[in-house]
Design a protein around this ligand. Structure first.
Ligand code: ADP
Ligand code: MG
Length: 468
């Protein structure tokens, strides 16, 4: 029946053609990866009284589409088939069958769930990859050249290059998550049968703890050992979690021995992951370690250009250059600035002009500073020296704790508007002369001790980035 319609009349009355028109409009609005992943698999199966019926591969699929593309789908259907048009969907029982049971139809103006048609997701497991992260929308620059090249090579030949593991590191907001997920997405596109999973190391830890509680550690470990590609983001969160490190060590070995691809990201290079098992640190260096540096001016402009186009904004070169010159160390902030600019323009019903851009950049700089306070500074310093936050406040005179405390006081004085008295109070009720003493001690030491100076600069950087 479907086929005969297909051949007989190529008019908009046919579901195939109606849906094809919709696809054309949708394609304009999403990335190719999204399009291929979420829209190509949708099959048009009927069109009656302005109700276009489509078939989706799984309940999971429906949920994803509904969450992310509901508005786009509605808008498109209305444009193509008229304001009264609706989309109805069925969920296929099995991946390969095209038969659909009419009793399973659900009608709605958007795609909506219906308990009657709930099916289990077809996939064995969820990859947790965000289809938004692709190579296609990852702008190349000098700062990410090596990492990007290695990522591309791995995607064509997972487990088969010498880049195993691939260890990507760099500061906050520079594209680590984007890049490692782009590898996962690309591998699934190239090799749909591969088992690819993405997760951050703190989620891994939480799952592990749950597995211990429910006595399912073997299943947990077995699950990850079965992967073809294991992507773990922000591996630095494994620091201090010895049991998780131990389990991860064994999973790592199993996968590596069977030439499965491992991809890791971190905020620092392996050798600086103080507090991580040496065995892991050495394994992390078996493959390729590639850093991502902050983008240079040209790359920042290229990123802003591309993103403004993606958001459908018209922004002059002068404005893009202004933003690129003023937001320099974080790509997430560049993106945030464009979105804020768009919001500011629509709020004030003004065009995007240089004044508005200046105002927006200023707001971003203010937002960045708001969260920098004595607590957040203390947290970063304690994490760096791996000491308990309570220790820094109590009376101990142990050398390394005194040093951490003085550095935290020094940075609090430098980076916040807090008074000496307030700073003293935060560090266990010490009085303001102690703070002055700490401040001058560090200031003097910085002049002679190059390593200390570097430590303080790097702490300052971390504080600025993580507290924004
Ligand atoms: P990180 O994991 O290093 O903190 P993310 O990968 O989350 O950083 O990147 C922050 C934001 O900047 C994301 O929205 C990402 O898509 C974007 N981004 C980062 N690098 C690039 C790039 N080279 N090209 C385009 N967008 C990028
Ligand atoms: Mg990240």
């Amino acid at each position: 029946m479907k086929d005969s319609l297909f051949v007989e009349k190529q008019s908009m009355q046919e579901p195939v053609f109606a849906w094809r028109e919709c696809l054309k409009a949708i394609k304009e609005n999403v990335t190719l990866m999204t399009f291929n992943t979420w829209f190509v698999p949708i099959k048009p199966v009927g069109l009656e009284n302005s109700i276009l019926k489509v078939q989706l591969p799984s309940q999971f699929f429906w949920e994803w589409i509904d969450e992310h593309y509901n508005t786009l789908i509605n808008k498109t259907i209305h444009e193509v088939l008229g304001v009264n048009a609706k989309l109805a969907y069925v969920i296929s029982e099995e991946k390969e069958t095209e038969d659909d049971d009419p009793s399973q139809d659900t009608e709605s103006s958007a795609v909506q769930p219906d308990t009657a048609v709930q099916n289990k997701p077809q996939q064995e497991f969820e990859s947790y990859l965000n289809p938004r992260y692709t190579f296609d929308n990852f702008i190349k620059g000098e700062g990410n050249q090596l990492a990007r090249a290695a990522a591309g090579a791995i995607s064509d030949n997972p487990g088969g290059t010498s880049f195993n593991p691939l260890f990507v590191y760099g500061g906050v907001g520079l594209g680590k998550t984007h890049l490692v997920q782009a590898i996962g997405n690309k591998i699934l596109q190239n090799f749909p049968e591969k088992r690819v999973i993405y997760l951050s190391s703190d989620i891994f830890t939480v799952e592990f703890v749950e597995a211990i509680q429910s006595n399912t550690v073997n299943e947990f470990s077995g699950f990850y050992r079965k992967m073809d590609v294991l992507i773990i983001d922000d591996i630095q969160f494994l620091i201090g979690k010895e049991k998780t490190q131990d389990l991860f060590f064994h999973i790592f070995n199993t996968l590596h021995q069977s030439r499965k691809q491992i991809i890791l990201s971190s905020d620092k290079p392996p050798k600086d992951l103080k507090g991580l098992d040496e065995r892991l640190i050495s394994r992390f260096q078996w493959g390729l370690t590639a850093d991502i540096q902050p983008p240079d001016l040209e790359t920042r402009i290229a990123i802003l250009k591309r993103k403004s186009e993606d958001y459908g904004m018209t922004v002059s070169n002068e404005i893009l250059e202004y933003i690129a010159n003023n937001i320099t160390s974080n790509i997430r902030e560049l993106e945030g600035c464009l979105i804020k600019l768009l919001a500011n323009a629509s709020l004030s019903s003004k065009d995007i002009n240089l004044d508005l851009a200046k105002k927006t950049v200023k707001e971003i700089a203010t937002d960045r500073k708001v969260n920098i306070n004595i607590e957040s500074i203390t947290k970063v310093v304690c994490e760096y020296f791996m000491i308990d936050e309570n220790k820094i406040r109590d009376k101990t005179r142990k050398k390394e704790i005194v040093m951490a405390r003085q550095i935290a006081m020094y940075l609090s004085k430098e980076m916040t508007k807090s008074s000496l008295k307030t700073i003293g109070l935060h560090f266990g009720g010490r009085d303001h002369s102690t703070v002055i003493h700490a401040y001058t001690a560090i200031e003097n030491l910085k002049g002679t001790d190059k390593q200390l100076k570097e430590t303080i600069d790097s702490l300052r950087n971390t504080i600025e980035l993580t507290c924004s």
